[in-house]
Design a protein. Structure first.
Length: 286
């Protein structure tokens, strides 16, 4: 009799676990169907760049090298945006980057009450992967309390994926993103002014459509503006290789400026600035 009771308990327990397994299988298979449906709605060439993989191409800013067999195709795609589009499309939209700051910068403490900012990004026929990688880098490496919004200004792009597909995609991102369309091609400055006029943030930050923000990029800029609202600030500009998309840290010993012919070039930080800062390279350069 006792053995019969034991058998009933074992059978009931087994049946319960079978039902749990069936429920889990059905649940996750339905989720996978939803994901497949969501992915199928994207352009086929763009699916690969959505996923996140720390070991994937370009992670931690490493170079992406295209195999010899694909070199001809790579050169053809290069002509579209004047950079290696094949390499860019292999890299995750939210790829990891190294922390290239000086050690002294990593320990800086900034005020809690910093102004928020509207980030204005102008694009014209930009590649999907570079544009979205810019947006993700802003979202992932900025304190959200400091991000009032991201404004994408489309300077009359003609590529279909930059229209409804882009609008539908950014709706699901965790920061408010507004897309403004210029009626006709107007150029970078007019498009930036249009974005500035629509901004609601206390500060306006302009970014290119194919850049990647690193950890701690925003706080020091806003801190200088908090000290003096008339301040116009510019970060150190690092380099992303147009060929391999390798991320290369820029020098803090140079600054950008114009000569008397209004040509932009890089200048060494003058000795007077080194003396004023007393050798502390974490302080801003005037």
């Amino acid at each position: 009799m006792r053995r019969f009771v034991y058998c009933k308990v074992v059978l009931a327990t087994s049946l319960m676990w079978v039902l749990v397994d069936v429920f889990l299988l059905l649940y996750f298979s339905e989720c996978n169907k939803c994901d497949d449906k969501k992915e199928r709605s994207l352009l086929p060439a763009l699916r690969a760049v959505i996923s996140r993989n720390q070991e994937g191409p370009g992670e931690m800013g490493k170079a992406v090298l295209i195999p010899k067999d694909d070199q001809e195709k790579m050169k053809e795609l290069f002509k579209i945006n004047q950079f290696n589009l094949m390499a860019s499309d292999l890299i995750a939209l939210n790829r990891s980057l190294p922390d290239v700051r000086l050690d002294g910068c990593k320990t800086k403490v900034y005020p809690d009450e910093l102004p928020n900012t509207s980030v204005v990004i102008v694009f014209h026929n930009e590649a999907w992967s570079t544009l979205l990688r810019t947006v993700y880098s802003v979202i992932n490496r900025s304190p959200h309390r400091l991000l009032a919004e991201i404004i994408l200004v489309d300077d009359a792009s003609e590529r279909e994926f930059l229209k409804a597909s882009l609008e539908n995609y950014v709706k699901n991102l965790e920061v408010s993103i507004k897309i403004i369309r210029m009626e006709q091609r107007s150029g970078l400055i007019r498009a930036r002014l249009r974005g500035a006029a629509a901004s609601k943030g206390q500060v306006i930050t302009f970014l290119d459509a194919h850049c990647e923000c690193t950890l701690g990029w925003l706080e020091p800029l806003l801190a200088r503006i908090k000290e003096d609202r008339k301040t116009v600030v510019c970060p150190i500009i690092d380099v992303i290789s147009d060929d391999t998309f390798e991320y290369m840290a820029g020098s803090d010993m140079t600054y950008g400026g114009f000569n008397w012919k209004l040509n932009f070039r890089w200048y060494p930080v003058p000795q007077r600035e080194m003396d004023r800062r007393k050798g502390d390279r974490t302080l801003p350069v005037r």
